[in-house]
Structures are given as C-alpha cells and as structure tokens.
Design a protein around this ligand. Structure first.
Ligand SMILES: [Zn+2]
Length: 360
C-alpha cells in the first residue's frame, strides 16, 4: 500500500497521496483517531478502518510556511492549534468544510523539506506513516491519542513476525539444481587432530561433523558436494587442492576451528579467510555473516585475506572458515553441542547457497 508523490502534479500545489476504496458518510465523526509526529520526523496516524485519506503539500507563500496536510472524512468536533518546536511551526486540526477533518503541519522557514521523496504508507487497515523530515537538532514529539494498536493484537503481531523471522532464517535459498559443484574440506584428520580445546574437544572431529551436515544440506538443494575426506584419515594439503582443481568445482570451502596461543579462555570469535578475488571475498562475507548470526556474543573477527595453502592454490573461489575457538570458553561450550554444530553447518550452507544464487 504505497503511493509515490506524483512529480508533475506536485508542482501544482496539491498532490493526492493515497485513496482507499470505501467512503464514510459525511455526517459521521472524524475518522482521525490519533496522531503523533515523532522525534525522528515520522508522522503516524490512526484512523477508522478503510478510511479514505488524502494528503497534500504546499510550498511556503507570504502567509504560510511550507505546509503538509491530510484530509479525513468525518467531522472534527473541536478545531485546535498546537504549538510546534524544532522545524515545526504549528500543527492545526481544523474543519475545512462541514463533515471533514484536516490535520495541517506547518513548517518553519528553511527546513529544506524533500516532499518528492515522501511516501504515505498504510501499515494496516487503520494505521499510516509518513517520514516528513530528519531533525537537525532535537525535536520533541507532538501528538494526540494513542496511535499504536491495542497491546493484545500487537503482541500477536510481534510473535507472528518473530515466527516469520525464524522461518526465514531456517529457510535455505533455492538455486538451480544440478548446476553447481562444491568442495568442502574438513581440516586436519587422522594423526593430525588440529586444535585441541577445553575438555579435550578436537578440531578434526568437529569440522568433519559440520562438513558432513553441510554436504547433506547442499545435496538436498541439488548441489554436487565433494568432501576432501569423509573419515579420520591423514590428508596432506596438496592432495586437497588437486582434488578440488581436478573436480573443477565452482567453490572450495575449508572448515576449521581455532585455538589461541596459551589457550586463553577469553579469546573467542569467528573469522573467514579468502586469498584473492572479489568472488572469494564475497563468498567469505556471505558465510561470515551467516555464522555470526547463529553465534550471538561471539566476536566478529572479520573477513580477511589469508595465505593458507589450500585457499592460495585452489583455482576456484576459495575460503577458509574458522567456526570458533575451541580454547575459548564461549565458543567451546557451544561447539561441543550437537545443536550448535548443526546451526553452524546450516549457516555455512546458507552462505554458500546465497553466493551461488548471486554469482553462479
Ligand atoms: Zn585448523
């Protein structure tokens, strides 16, 4: 429910911003129930449901400053003026003619409004919002009545919004089936356990499990997934690279977990490395963003360039993901949990799919 100001009409003074279908009888009371002009310059309105709204803007003339007004059906009982502050000179509620209500916002001089960018947006059946200005200095909210919906419906709305957000987060994007191949490289293996963390937690185990979940998730999306290792074997770095190069994979993702020098428990965080190219960098960014989302509180150590052998020598966009510090108190406690390993795998898969859908 969005209408843009029409540029041409705008010059001729009045512009019609929004119109709804039904019409309220002339004799009824004002359809404007509450309004507020908030600190950030947003005007919010609450009206009767299915109200027929019209909004206008007029440039300053000799009598008035710039004015924005909205006409509502239904008669206003008590016309009134409210003193403004900041860029607002005055707000008037009036009765332009019988059976009508008009809310006028008059601006002070030189407020540099940009009415061409204004949009009056219907939030739901009876709420509206329009951003009129960005205050340069402080502006105190002005309003009458309660614009927000009743608490009950609000809570209901919020929970459905949250549910939607969770659904969206769990959803993996769809991409073209059977088009892409991805090499997932679980770091270390066999005699090389990688980092050993708090309580003896081993990098090789964690990254293998995460890699296998990624394999499953991507396969379900029609991606061909190749793992450089599927069990605890000793695998040097060059064979990992030649495996990926020979497979002519679209991307290469090496999965690792970190350890800090001196096994400091206060060092936690996630980081993703690439070696070269905007593709590698983009892939790293997508993955980093997703793994951070499932690791609240764990520091973002960023997307960085790194000279690791496996990402330096692979020919396709390649990244190395560090999914947390096994020596860090926060990360280790998480990574030893099966649910978190699943979340991390899901996040990496999501980052990969986002990249593939974007770059291909
Ligand atoms: Zn490692």
């Amino acid at each position: 429910m969005i209408e843009f100001l029409n540029k041409k009409l705008f010059r001729f003074l009045t512009v019609f911003l929004f119109l709804n279908s039904s019409i309220i009888p002339v004799k009824s009371s004002s359809a404007l129930a509450a309004w507020v002009l908030k600190k950030d310059g947003v005007l919010e309105l609450r009206t009767k449901s299915n109200t027929n709204l019209k909004a206008y803007f007029q440039n300053a003339n000799q009598i008035y400053g710039d004015r924005f007004w909205v006409d509502f059906p239904g008669e206003l009982k008590k016309p009134r003026k409210i003193k403004g502050n900041g860029p607002i000179k005055e707000i008037r509620l009036g009765k332009p003619n019988n059976g009508k209500t008009r809310l006028v916002i008059e601006f002070k001089e030189k407020t540099f409004l940009k009415p061409l960018t204004w949009r009056l947006v219907g939030l739901d059946q009876n709420r509206w919002r329009i951003k009129l200005f960005t205050p340069k200095f402080s502006f105190d909210e002005i309003g009458e009545g309660v614009v927000e919906e009743r608490i009950k419906t609000k809570a209901k709305k919020r929970s459905s919004y949250l549910r939607k957000r969770v659904d969206n987060y769990l959803k993996l994007p769809n991409i073209k089936q059977n088009k892409y191949s991805v090499v997932i490289d679980p770091g270390h293996g066999g005699p090389d356990p990688g980092a050993i963390g708090i309580g003896g937690i081993r990098e090789t185990d964690i990254v293998l499990e995460v890699s296998k979940i990624i394999e499953k998730l991507l396969s379900e999306k029609g991606v061909k997934v190749l793992l450089t290792r599927k069990n605890e074997v000793d695998l040097d770095l060059p064979p990992r690279v030649s495996f990926a190069n020979n497979a002519d994979a679209d991307i290469f993702v090496s999965i690792h977990a970190n350890a800090s020098r001196g096994k400091r428990r206060d060092i936690n965080g996630l980081e993703t490395f690439y070696y070269r190219g905007w593709r590698g960098r983009l892939l790293a960014k997508r993955i980093q963003k997703q793994i951070l989302r499932v690791s609240p509180g764990s520091p973002d150590r960023g997307v960085k360039q790194g000279r690791f052998y496996v990402i330096k020598n692979t020919r396709m966009p390649a990244v190395l993901v560090e999914i947390g510090f096994l020596t860090g108190k926060l990360d280790a406690r998480r990574l030893e949990k099966n649910t978190h390993r699943k979340r991390i795998a899901h996040a990496i898969a999501k980052g990969i799919l986002e990249y593939l859908s974007k770059v291909g």
